[in-house]
Design a protein around this ligand. Sequence first.
Ligand code: MN
Length: 737
Amino acid sequence: MTIQEQYSHLEKTIRSYNPSADFDHIRSAFEYADKCHEGQKRKSGEPYIIHPLAVAQIVAEELKLDSESIEAALLHDVIEDTPAEHADVARLFSPTIADLVEGVSKLTRIQYATKEDEQMENLRKMLIAMSKDIRVILIKISDRLHNMRTMEYQSPEKQKQKSLETMEIYAPISHRLGMQRMKWELEDLSLKYLDPVGYQEIVSRLEAKKTEYDMFMQKTRAQVETRLDELGISHLVYGRVKHPYSIYRKMFNQNKNLDEIFDLFAFRVIVDNVGDCYNVLGVVHDIFTPILGRFKDYIGTPKPNGYQSLHTTVMGTDGIPFEVQIRTRDMHEVSEYGVAAHWKYKQNGQGAGAEGKYEWVRRLLENQEGADAEEFIHSLKIDMFADEVFVFTPNGDVQNLPAGATPIDFAYAIHSAVGNRMVGAKVNGRIVTFDHVLKNGDIVEILTSKGAKGPSRDWMKIAKSNEARSKIRQWFKKERRDENIVNGRAAFEAELKHCGLSMKDLLGPDRLPGLLKKVTYTTLDDMYAAIGYGGFTAQKAVSRMQGELQRIAKQQAEKQALEALENAPKAEEQPRSSAPKQVKSEQGIIVEGLDNCLVKFSKCCTPVPGDEIVGFITRGYGVSVHRSDCPNAAPERRADPALSGRWIKVSWGSDTNESYPTTLEVVAKDRMNLLLDVSAALSTTKTFVSGIHCRSTDDGFAIARIEIRVRDGEQMHSIINKLNQISGVLQVTRPSG
Ligand code: MN
């Protein structure tokens, strides 16, 4: 066929379903594209215009789309591959057509990397979201279909890569949009390149048995048609052998050979109304024996993509099973052309209600399982995924964010450590401000620094995602812990007083743990902090503790024992003299005014020589040494009258131990050999390691807790420095509290 003949064929196809199409415009689109692509050749050696013409043919033949879509299909490569620009197309044709062409070009520019399933799902959504106008994706799928049909001219690598993309992205989108025929063809063409041997095996088997299969189908079809004619049910019956990829998948999934595949044959009966669907079902079940458990009523319960039909599998003559699908003409139209069928209705002036018909598209794209009531109202917006934006990380992962999201949202979606250390952001290689609104397909890179000051309060207003806001809040919550504890404590004590209780009633090692258990906090400070922050209330705390207190009050004897215990440590105050004298140290610790007392290092903050420290006289375990900055030794705890006399000055002696155990926590981007580099750093610093616990987070980070023994703070800081130099390490901290 010459190019002119092909064009005439296209016009004829359009005329068959849309006689009032704008043929003048369509012709000038064809002529303009032909001129733009002049001199360009396809890999096959043919003139390039063959391709846009074929895509327009698919758009017309398979999807029966409107004039604008046909023109856009003819022009779909001019912006991408020729000097023509959006403005030219807008001026010569229409702004809408220019947008459609630009939209298709944008999708063409997306780079895919083979990824796990979840990433594929996001990529599909991104494609749909970027399409904005559903016609963009319909043209893009038609473009891909023609490219797949002519894939034989490409290099083997390109064949594999495009086939994989088609199988993972375009076939599933076609399925979701309800376009079964295009989906089948895309799958079969992909399979041809992805598993040539498997594909060929099925195709040649089907070919070899063609006569046999044809005879079976003819006979079966005649049996059904005769009975329907007798009953006066008007009908159309089609029989077909399932398409190669669907057979392939069944053979693969069920580990069966071609003869064992259940539904090799499928029949379709198209009738006028829903009532007849069930009548035909009765007829089919009467002629053939139905196979149990294979009947499905998708008329009563449509599939998420809007598909409606009755399905049953029956045993044919000669023991060959086959599937029968029964549906009305309308249902059939939707199943063949999917969303395009709706588009067609709209174009024919039946626009009213078209939006309603789009609801399911959006819903199923968003969630295959269906949606709740709130989602349903949401879905009345025609713009697909209007409330989401899809962007790339520098290594090609897709991040799904709420519409209007900024680099702040992106950074916190990656990891809170990335957000907290963010000092700048790049979008598509350019530095942007923190309030820059991200667009679909943007490549976003976050610049971090170990010296970052952390989030500012403004970020909370800029961020669009709850995740980012809550992580920023979390940061402030942690940073302001001291303040929260003071406020929480005041509120709690006021509430206690109100209920006629005092702190004294609560304290004591035999009471406090039980009481804290009632409020599910480990320490009083944790509870204070929660009250101060607003995550818990003083009223709730006191009322939950009250019951427990009443129980305790009854146990008088125990109470007396507790009092005795509480008085015991007071004895230690006596040896304290006004002029502190240097005494022998214990484990390198000098306890002011106390000789030979038992010293232990707190596990919460693991102090090492050089740290500022403070002691706490425990009940029965001697003096526990904390770092001064340990939350368990916070100023308000030290000022607590109930603990007065138990905080004691301690200092490092000159005869410290050879080493002290301490813990470091490393947060890093997870990668190969990370742990290897960490161990190398530890071994070059000659660090004694007593344990490493490493875990990976779902979002690609690794958190390592390293238990080491160090001589003093100096050695520890040099270790921290060394760890900080490892590529990918975001922060190294000493955990406390
Ligand atoms: Mn193309």
